[in-house]
Write a protein that binds this ligand. Structure first.
Ligand code: PLP
Length: 395
């Protein structure tokens, strides 16, 4: 009998629709890239996490094709039964080295890495001290865990210290933060966080999904960018963004932590092995440091160009030199209207507003990619400027 459930769902849907918050998906008729086809129209894409432009890179695709022939399509097993190929372990060692950790463990996604972390390591007499704006997967992972929860105000180191004091009697204290906050393009204050961790005997965990491959001189992430790589104890991250964007994630950490996750982490134990083609292609990507370096330079060039041009044009933007560039617009209706106008001009961007971001801080989030050419970036700047003037946002 579906009737009552259906009635409730319909009613909830009406509520969501009446608030204008019902999400619809745009269907791409092309691969992911700097240019995509939407509704039969070629448009410039500034709303993917395809930071290094690898999602449709010909060398990456050919590595993936070779991998299919060599390793097969599926494994039909979890890792500890018959789902570990030599290449899974090899990639784990490579990733650990890449982010400066002892070892790493693969997951089907970073969401799973976060879901399988906290409850495995912590018990009721422990404490998690978490930035209030951390990613949903961290929040869900923390919910699964019996440790006491302490939330500190976003970026607020005084409040973090207060929470650490409040948690002082706990057995283990784990500070948890995104390396880069995805709505603002802002980096966590990792140096201050690590200093406080030292002072209050706390472990530090960073979810570096928006930083792995792109931040720091060698793309090793926000630890490298802030000089704290050897002070962070646990890093989780994704292959779903800079590293080709297919799927998969990992946790890299001190040896005992990874060993323990392999024994006990539920999404690792009870979910299928990462697909062989994803493992091999990720290995190919991480092994090609030169390609990554070139892509990173292009990405940073594009980022600096776009950020400085938008600031000169009079727009208010946020974040510190990250390819996520939020254009602050205030009201949801403004952000929606501008995103629609931009799409008409062939520039695909997405507006975000309450409840995704706080009231009155609606924005369009632009994401740069190494796949963008100077011409692409110029077109976006011109379109923003024209439409910004039309709406009276800039002069
Ligand atoms: C994207 C993202 C994730 C999810 O990664 P998936 O591999 O897609 O599950 C987790 N944490 C943060 C901070 C992210 O930005």
């Amino acid at each position: 009998m579906y009737d009552s459930l259906q009635r409730i769902l319909k009613k909830t849907e009406d509520d969501i629709r009446s608030q204008g918050l019902w999400k619809t998906e745009r269907e791409l008729q092309s691969p992911q890239g700097a240019e995509i086809t939407v509704n039969g129209k070629r448009v410039l894409n500034f709303s993917a996490n395809n930071y290094l432009g690898l999602a449709n890179n010909p060398d990456v695709i050919s590595a993936a094709k070779k991998a299919l022939d060599r390793y097969g399509y599926g494994l039909s097993s979890v890792r500890f039964i018959s789902g570990t190929q030599e290449q899974h372990r090899k990639l784990e060692r490579t990733l650990a080295q890449y982010v400066g950790m002892d070892d790493a463990i693969l997951y089907s996604s970073c969401f799973d890495a976060n879901a399988g972390l906290f409850e495995t390591l912590l018990a009721g007499d422990d404490a998690i001290i978490s930035d209030e704006l951390n990613h949903a997967s961290i929040i869900d992972g923390v919910r699964l865990c019996k440790a006491e929860r302490y939330r500190y105000k976003h970026h607020d180191m005084d409040d973090l210290e207060n929470q650490l004091k409040a948690a002082q009697s706990k057995r283990i204290k784990l500070i948890v933060t995104d390396g880069v906050f995805s709505m603002d393009g802002e980096m966590a204050k990792l140096k201050d966080i690590c200093d406080l961790a030292d002072r209050y005997d706390a472990v530090v965990m960073v979810d570096d999904s928006h930083a792995t491959g792109i931040l720091g001189p060698n793309g090793r992430g926000s630890g490298e960018a802030t000089g704290t790589m050897d002070r962070i104890d646990i890093v989780t991250s994704t292959f779903g963004k800079a590293f080709g964007g297919a799927s998969g994630g990992f946790t890299a950490a001190r040896q005992e932590i990874v060993d323990f996750l392999r024994q006990r982490s539920r999404p690792y134990l009870f979910s299928n092995s990462l697909a062989p083609v994803v493992v091999a292609t990720t290995q190919y990507i991480v092994d090609h440091a030169d390609t990554l370096k070139q892509a990173r330079e292009q990405l940073m060039h594009n980022t600096e160009k776009f950020r400085s041009a938008m600031t000169s044009a009079g727009f208010t933007i946020r974040g510190n030199n990250h390819p996520i560039v939020p254009i602050m617009l205030g009201e949801a209706t403004v952000a929606a209207a501008i995103a629609a106008d931009l799409l008409n001009e062939g520039v695909f961007v997405i507006g975000f507003w309450y409840p995704v971001v706080p009231q009155g801080t609606a924005r369009i989030r632009v994401q740069l990619s190494a796949a963008h050419t100077d011409e692409h970036v110029n077109k976006a700047i011109e379109a923003f400027t024209r439409i910004g003037k039309k709406h009276g946002l800039i002069q």
